[in-house]
Design a protein around this ligand. Structure first.
Ligand code: FES
Length: 145
């Protein structure tokens, strides 16, 4: 399989079997955003004490890239601290602008999103979950900005 085909498979796998999809009881983070370009919607829930993302789930409707990216994001942020979350948010944003702040090892499945940078119209799809989480963190722990 070509690398492109493999990436396509990874994105489709996350789209068809999204990780951490759903809602949480009494979430500390409860945020809703939509992609202004297409109207697709994302709702993020997290248990977050200002230091650690103890649990995180997402729900919504969107294209394969937006759902896969949200699924990947919840996997990598779950259980991690604020700094960890911000590192990945900044890293994925940089990747969408063709920069490589995160190593392939750190990226894991998210490496499959790299090619999206070549399609400016889809960058907002890939970033929807990440910019939504960034907004939530800025509201909850602005000192970490
Ligand atoms: Fe709507 Fe991708 S087309 S989020």
């Amino acid at each position: 399989m070509s690398l492109e085909g493999l990436y396509q498979e990874i994105i489709l796998d996350h789209y068809k079997n999204p990780r951490n999809r759903g809602k949480l009881e009494k979430p500390d983070i409860d945020i809703f955003e939509s992609n202004p370009l297409c109207g697709d919607e994302l709702c993020l829930h997290a248990h977050y004490d200002g230091k650690t993302v103890k649990d995180i789930k997402f729900d919504g409707k969107g294209c394969s890239i937006s759902i896969a990216s949200a699924s990947m994001m919840t996997e990598v942020l779950k259980g991690g601290g604020t700094e960890h979350a911000r590192k990945f948010i900044d890293g994925i944003k940089a990747m969408m602008h063709g920069k490589a702040d995160l190593t392939d090892e750190e990226l894991g499945d998210m490496e499959a999103l790299k090619g999206v940078a070549d399609f400016p119209a889809r960058v907002k799809c890939a970033l929807l979950a990440w910019t939504t989480m960034e907004k939530a963190l800025n509201q909850k722990s602005p000192e970490g900005k």
